[in-house]
Ligand binder design. Sequence first.
Ligand code: ADP
Ligand code: NA
Length: 329
Amino acid sequence: MRVVSGIQPTGSLHLGNYLGAIRNWVRMQDSVEGECVFFLADLHSLSTHEDRDTRRANVREMAAALIAAGIDPKRSVLFNQARVPAHAELCWLLMGTARMGWLNRMTQFKDKAGKNREGSSVALFAYPVLQAADVLLYNATHVPVGDDQKQHLELARDIATKFNGDFGVDLFTLPEAYIPPAAARIMSLRDGTAKMSKSDPSDMSRINLTDDADLIAQKVRKAKTDQDVLPSEPAGLADRPEARNLVTIFAALSDVKSDAVLAEFGGSQFGPFKARLIEQLVATLSPIRERLLDLRDDATIDAILESGGARARVLAQPTLDAAYDATGL
Ligand code: ADP
Ligand code: NA
């Protein structure tokens, strides 16, 4: 089993990123035999414009956050894509195999480009081809993906199959989606209906990994709720998105199902429930925050990424060589 996963370095991380993605990486690192490959998808960040200082700062910040959250760069291979040229090289080799029609069907491009299709970068359109290279390079068997990424993984399998077939090789392993058992989807504190996201203009809508205990408490107290007490069963949350979201967060933090949270808090007002939720959040996030603040300006981050890149280059080279050979280049 080889797990490979990447995340775009987009600056600050929030609770949704942690409970929906990063915590699962840490769990895979601890449960999968052999080393996991985790990378900062900085080449992917070229799909939208950013200035160089922002891009550099984002890579460092994301690396620090991952390590603070529990990724151990000694046990896992942690690096940024740009330092492993095999990603860009294999991506180009796969350009001859990927079909326009396949990419035209990608819903994420349609969502992200919106009405500005003509003004979108080629990188945004070809993004899934680079993603295919990202995982095929390391013979990934399992790729943790959310719902929104399943289509791209299917595309990676199609590209791998066609490349193997066209060139008569048995080179690429077909990666499978790995859906983590407890991948929580965390919603905005504002209304419980939009996903918690850094693109929400209101900082009160999300809890950031850098928020201190006071700010966490303030955000949770202000989180919108209705007037009713908490129900004693999940069915009672059906039409109550704000309440459901807070229960989901509590459940994810304490690693139990919503039923168990409601068994304890059913009939309770939001006041006491929020007080306990704040305690849980602070207990989970404050150690991460402290490590992150220590690490983010530390030169060891650069050294860690450099040595992770060196390990990744060694892992990627045989696949890249074989792909050049298969194509006759
Ligand atoms: P954002 O929406 O803040 O821009 P990204 O799209 O960069 O976040 O997502 C980075 C990772 O975090 C992805 O694996 C994504 O599935 C996960 N993620 C982002 N927001 C949430 C959320 N609200 N709940 C659960 N997982 C999330
Ligand atoms: Na996303």
